[in-house]
Ligand binder design. Sequence first.
Ligand code: IPM
Ligand code: MG
Length: 363
Amino acid sequence: MKTYRIATIPGDGIGKEVVPAGREVMQALAEGSDFRFQFEDFDWGGDYYRRHGRMMPDDGLDALRGQDAILFGSAGDPGIPDHITLWGLRLKICQGLDQYANVRPTRILPGIDAPLKRCAPGDLDWVIVRENSEGEYAGVGGRVHQGLPIEAATDVSMMTRAGVERILRFAFRLAGSRPRRHLTVVTKSNAQRHAMVMWDEIAAEIAREFPDVSWDKELVDAATARMVNRPSSLDTIVATNLHADILSDLAAALAGSLGIAPTGNIDPERRGPSMFEPIHGSAFDIMGKGLANPIGTFWSVAMLLEHLGETAAAARLMRAIEAVTADPALHTRDLGGQATTAEVTQAVRERLPAPQTAGAPAA
Ligand code: IPM
Ligand code: MG
């Protein structure tokens, strides 16, 4: 029997509610399957910071390296500045383990009331690939003369040929694995005339390695309008760290809720574990109330299972997720419903198809 070592890092806010829910569903998936999970829980985050003066131990990455995957909740604490919680935990893990490809699938799940009136559910089926190691999040910059009239600050967006080549190669490969086989490369090369022009040039080079994948270019501002006006013209989208951060929130909103959107921070070379998380963040306004939508975490778990090669288990979970979103009585508050985290979790567990029926066509 295969045993997967899974690190769970709930972090802060509703992360502490949705990660245990994700773990519960993973246990249920393993029952009767030919694999099992061995969980190790890490209490890193805001409370850890108050006790130790840092968000995670200095050697924390070493504890993660031997794991097969990481399930993450959220980083953010009302009492600690956001740039400290983010850089001290999530970015430290993503960048420290060089999880350079951030993957964000977006679709309109059954039963979800999406806001675009001229968009049939099948018209919006995207995967956004976000460069996850450099660019605007490179951490290069500085601040001098603080508080003085001559104060100055820079955040330098640093792009390397190696970094751009590898994310574009990953994106072309991913696009080629989807039915549409189409990639849209998003930049801002009209205004940013150095790094973004380099992106465009490298995209044209890498495209030659993937003759089966069609591709086009879009400027990031025009990409927002295209997402709204012509959603079916997009399939796989690749963009810089910040551009894709913004586009993926728009994508999640257009698909009906930030509460259901998943993400994977992937190391495609598998030198270490990849990390999966819902994109909704800490949501302090509802934390501790049992109201958080766990669907974003469950979908992230499905991505985790795919990454481990457990595609049948991932498919079983997606079937259960879609059966639950299809029922408005099982919608949480963010979707306009009244269901609790526990009720949605229980409902997903109950709707998991038995292991042996995995892959069988839906009734
Ligand atoms: C995301 C989030 C984070 C990011 C925030 C919390 C800093 O918005 O995962 O998209 O920008 O990376
Ligand atoms: Mg974001």
